[in-house]
Design a protein around this ligand. Structure first.
Ligand code: NAD
Length: 359
């Protein structure tokens, strides 16, 4: 039996994580789940939202399934999700956006895989608050080294992008494409405006693409144009390679193409460790109501099973999800044609239907 970490998270996290755990167990793969608590709820006990014990357990087991964790907007603690990715060097964020028949979507075919750089960019957490002494110093330094003036009440976030991390994520995207029979990688950036940071990311992508020429097609898109094209013709895209912030935003856009956040799974992958989690957050307004769609977390579990080499159980679980969505009967509110459909079932009931459909 293999031990895997299970971080229930908060908000709707515990409900969708429980549902996913039941579905994964129902495939017959023998897993001992070690429950790991993180988030604002453990602050009082451990003095930190991300206790060292949690990181140590994930390092030891090498794989974890995670529910979403709330990050206060504006002030307050920094994101536990981002901290976890940094601490465990989970540099690649993999987010497949596949349209299953029956999911509410105006499109016929969407099968995109997002590869998002997970460690740098504006998510590095290097920020200077307005009015702080360091910010004043930084503003002085900047004004001495470049011609633009900054207002004294400016707050500053730093956008670091390195060649090493850009090459590493580009290699990951191309290797993923080769291993999974994907035809094309599209590098997404805004290198016309951010010539040094996004420019470096694009340059790295081009260099890596040259190594795969003849095997995987390569193209480039500016992020604003990509968003428009995704809405108009999503079928033209295959693997998308993006820096951190654009990757986050485009992930939600792609979730919208395939039926919403309730069905969008993901994985954070590093050289040693992988943590699988849905794209969605903790949706606090639905917490404790048995209302949220468990599919995104169940499909994150499918990705996790593939990652640990349990390919056949993963295929069976994905097939079960597919058939429940196609039938459209035992699905949560977000997969019904109307949001207030009284025939919508709850989180655990949808999980029950998925479990019954496992062959
Ligand atoms: P959210 O993804 O939590 O929810 C936005 C909306 O999407 C919800 O109101 C709901 O209508 C819908 N939705 C999300 N998940 C759903 C599901 N499983 N089933 C049905 N509908 C679903 O985004 P938010 O409200 O912007 O963020 C809430 C909190 O989650 C914030 O604190 C944010 O920082 C955090 N967050 C955490 C993660 C993570 O843990 N990896 C990711 C994103 C956001």
């Amino acid at each position: 039996m293999r031990t895997i970490g299970l971080i229930p998270g908060d908000g709707i996290g515990p409900e969708v994580a429980h549902a996913a755990r039941r579905c994964i167990d129902a495939t017959g793969v023998k897993i001992h789940w070690e429950i790991l608590e993180a988030g604002v709820g453990v602050m009082a006990k451990y003095g930190t939202p991300l206790p060292e014990e949690v990181l140590a357990a994930i390092r030891k087991h090498r794989v974890a399934l995670k529910g979403p964790i709330t990050t206060p907007i504006g002030k307050g603690i920094r994101s536990v999700n981002v901290a976890l990715r940094h601490a465990l060097d989970l540099y690649a964020c993999l987010r497949p956006a596949k349209l299953y028949e029956g999911a509410p979507s105006p499109y016929k075919q969407v099968d995109i895989v997002i590869v998002r750089e997970n460690s740098e960019d504006l998510y590095a957490g290097i920020e200077f608050d307005d009015g702080a002494p360091e910010t004043k110093e930084l503003i002085q330094w900047l004004e001495a080294h470049q011609p633009k003036k900054l207002a004294p009440d400016t707050a500053i976030s730093i956008k670091p992008i390195s060649r090493r991390a850009s090459v590493r994520i580009a290699r990951y995207a191309f290797e993923y494409a080769v291993a999974n029979g994907r035809k094309k990688v599209t590098a997404v950036q805004k290198a016309n405006i951010m010539k040094f940071t996004d420019g470096l990311f694009l340059e790295a992508a081009r260099e890596v693409a040259a190594l795969y020429s003849g095997k995987v097609e390569f193209e480039e898109r500016l992020v604003d144009n990509l968003c428009m094209q995704l809405v108009q013709r999503p079928e033209q895209f295959d693997v998308l390679l993006l820096p951190n912030l654009y990757g986050d935003i485009v992930s939600d856009l792609c979730a919208g193409l395939i039926g919403g956040l309730g069905v969008a799974p993901g994985g954070n992958i590093g050289p040693e460790v992988a943590v699988f989690e849905p794209v969605h957050g903790s949706a606090p307004k639905y917490a404790g109501q048995n209302k949220a769609n468990p599919t995104a977390t169940v499909l994150s579990g499918v990705m996790m099973l593939r990652h640990i080499g349990e390919l056949q159980p993963a295929d069976r679980l994905e097939q079960a999800v597919r058939s429940v969505i196609r039938e459209g009967r035992y699905v949560t509110y977000d997969l019904k044609p109307r949001r207030n459909d009284s025939t919508a079932v709850g989180t655990q009931e949808m999980a029950d239907a998925i479990i019954s459909a496992i062959r």
